[in-house]
Design a protein around this ligand. Structure first.
Ligand SMILES: *Cc1c(COP(=O)(O)O)cnc(C)c1O
Length: 399
């Protein structure tokens, strides 16, 4: 076993060797521009891109022509949300989302708020899930779009996509889901779930960084979008700019590999995650698991430790690559806005550890991690905290 151990697979994943092998020739040999229609170099690149489009489509049960390649899930989220708002502005001005969404969604809707759109941030339950009954009341005549993520990037909870999709379609509202954490990890079906727009990131599913996709519904009620970029009109006019062919080939291959491995891999990772959870629970008191355990990605565990300072914990666990799951600026870690939205008490919202297991983690690494976390938490709890105020000295001496 090698240290440091990588347990931060929600931040990014390594490129699968099968993916690396598939994409490498597209830097040096098959380097043509797929928009070059007059020669074999262009045709070969275009063929590879269309093959990747099919591979992505197959993972989510869409058609190939419904896939638009982007630079990643941030761009896909921006294109979906701003694209709908700007295209359908005359029909309405209201968007529904969750306070626990990724910043790529939250900051996109915030930008639209500055332009005069109205946004409803729905309440989530203490387990992190949205209540579909609440959503019924949040949707109005003026609603254009519901944007609710498939799987949360901090706590891994899965939202009820099928029920949300059904409701949105009954009410004539478009449904976008950020599936950056879910794609390739759990089954997704844009038909069964009645999803109109779905964002994917290559680097969260063992593909390369800087490439992603947006599924845009064409079947039934086709969705139109106002593009973010103007230019050569690539990707059906939705995303101008020369295609990132090696990245796209890698994303396609990553989708294919994920689809093949998913049944076995999700079982294996869920077993490792449960081993980690049970190991921590058996050895430590005062730990709190954040988010639903039942409706959750197989590879996620998010735990708060009572009476432990997160910065000290992370520093001492320097042989394990972990994240707090929140935007953590060096000196003063911000409490997680995701945990705050769940109503996790401030004291616990400050100390979450996010474990993100991945394809290449082993049982040995999990057992080592349990040992190190247990030992470190126990030691830190025994140390007197420097932050604790000293007992106040009596101001007046009693006579
Ligand atoms: C990582 C992530 C993003 C951003 O994806 P990039 O491809 O890095 O831009 C968006 N949403 C979620 C849920 C993510 O986990």
């Amino acid at each position: 076993m090698k240290v440091p151990i990588y347990l931060d697979n929600h931040a990014t994943t390594p490129v699968d060797p099968r993916v690396a092998e598939a994409l490498l020739p597209f830097f040096t040999e098959t380097f043509g521009n797929p928009a070059s229609r007059n020669h074999a170099f262009g045709w070969a690149a275009a063929t590879a891109v269309e093959n990747a489009r099919k591979q992505v489509a197959k993972l989510i049960n869409s058609r190939a022509k419904e896939i638009v390649f982007t630079s990643g899930a941030t761009e896909s989220d921006n294109l979906a949300i701003k694209g709908v708002a700007h295209r359908y502005r005359e029909r309405g001005d209201h968007i529904v989302t969750l306070p626990t969404e990724h910043k790529a969604v939250l900051d996109s809707v915030k930008r639209l708020e500055q332009e005069g759109f109205r946004v409803t941030y729905m309440r989530v339950r203490p387990d992190g899930l949205v209540d579909v009954d609440d959503l019924k009341h949040a949707i109005t005549e003026k609603s254009l779009l519901v944007s609710i993520m498939a799987a949360n990037n901090e706590i891994g909870v899965l939202q009820p996509l099928t029920e949300i999709g059904r409701l949105c379609h009954e009410r004539g509202v478009l449904f976008h889901t950020d599936a950056a954490q879910a794609a390739g990890k759990i089954p997704l079906d844009v038909e069964a779930m009645q999803i109109d727009l779905l964002s994917i990131a290559g680097h969260k599913m063992y593909g390369p960084k800087g490439v992603g996709a947006l599924y845009v519904r064409q079947r039934g009620m086709p969705v139109e979008l106002a593009p973010l970029l103007d230019g050569g009109g690539h990707e059906g006019g939705l995303r101008s700019g020369t295609l990132n062919v090696p990245g796209i080939v890698g994303l396609g291959k990553a989708c294919e590999v994920c689809r093949e491995l998913m049944p076995e891999e999700s079982r294996r990772l869920a077993a490792l995650r449960d081993r980690l959870k049970d190991g921590l629970l058996a050895a430590l008191e005062g730990i709190h698991i954040n988010g639903s355990l039942e409706h959750r990605l197989p590879n996620n565990l998010n735990v708060s430790f009572r009476g432990v300072e997160l910065a000290a914990l992370m520093t001492d666990l320097n042989d394990i690559a972990l994240s707090s799951g929140s935007a953590c600026t060096s000196a003063t870690p911000e409490p997680s806005y995701v945990l705050a939205a769940l109503g996790v008490p401030e004291e616990l919202a400050h100390t979450p550890l996010r474990f993100g297991l991945g394809r290449f983690n082993t049982e040995e690494e999990v057992d080592y991690t349990i040992g190190r976390v247990v030992e470190t938490v126990k030691r830190l709890r025994e140390m007197p905290s420097l932050e604790e105020p000293l007992p106040a000295a009596p101001r007046f001496r009693q006579a």
